[in-house]
Design a protein around this ligand. Structure first.
Ligand code: GLN
Length: 246
């Protein structure tokens, strides 16, 4: 099996070690004998995203979001084609915000989103930001489990009908709703940096599995060879305890 990944704007959208997600993906595929090829795509580069099994877009500050938005909007039809052909999409923070209706940044400037989904993001009052460690109870195609991460965003995302999880500790999409991220079976968006995959190997595996189903539709999550995650799970439980989430 081969997993083909396109890492979008790898050179500017990499806050708080989001690239660690790609490193974990590589290691967990190799340990299972799955070939993995990670291609990158910078502003202005020609790329057909529908040719990939997974598209990843990490987080970035307002400045980077402004830098890339014209390029991203120009790719809207191609991203739609990718989604329609079951390319899985994984988005973190600044990337997640740009798939919604719009983002009003810390200077009150509006960045139009791709408008694939109904959610929208506006900066918090008086520049207040959601910062710190976070624990959520997530639900991925019926699989419920706890996940941990780190968040740092001023943007308050609202109108999310299908969240990634329930917030147990921390903030999530905004200060009030107690829900985190977005998941609709094809696109996973989250505020969890940290990065997400090293802290939550089950989510890394879920993304590998979902992405592979584009080419191997009969594959089941349980078909992925189990790996030894005892160290990762120990670290995760430690963090959950410190957050009083278990
Ligand atoms: N600029 C956005 C915000 O502050 C996203 C930041 C991020 O990706 N961490 O909300």
């Amino acid at each position: 099996m081969k997993l083909k990944v396109c890492w979008m704007y790898h050179d500017i959208m990499d806050l708080y070690g989001d690239k660690g997600n790609m490193m974990v993906l590589t290691k967990r595929c190799k340990d299972r004998g799955i070939d993995i090829e990670i291609d990158t795509c910078a502003i202005g580069e020609k790329k057909d995203l529908s040719k990939f099994h997974l598209m990843f877009l990490g987080g970035g500050a307002d400045k980077e979001q402004h830098m890339l938005i014209d390029d991203l909007l120009a790719r809207k039809n191609n991203i739609q084609k990718a989604m329609d052909s079951n390319t899985f999409i994984f988005l973190v923070c600044g990337g997640y915000q740009l798939f919604g209706q719009y983002y009003i940044d810390a200077n009150n400037e509006k960045i139009e989103g791709l408008k694939f989904f109904d959610y929208y993001t506006e900066s918090g009052d008086n520049g207040k930001r959601c910062i710190g460690n976070i624990a959520i109870q997530c639900n991925l195609d019926g699989e419920e489990f706890m996940a941990v991460g780190f968040e740092n965003h001023g943007g308050q995302t609202r109108n999310v009908a299908t969240p990634f999880g329930k917030v147990i500790a921390g903030y999530g999409n905004n200060f009030e709703d107690k829900i985190e991220g977005f998941y609709n079976g094809k696109v996973l968006g989250t505020y969890m940096h940290g990065p997400l995959f090293p802290k939550n190997p089950k989510i890394a595996d879920f993304v590998i599995y979902k992405s592979l189903t584009k080419e191997y539709p009969d594959l089941k999550f349980s078909d992925l060879l189990p790996l030894d995650d005892s160290l990762e799970n120990k670290a995760k439980n430690q963090m959950l305890k410190r957050l009083h989430a278990i």
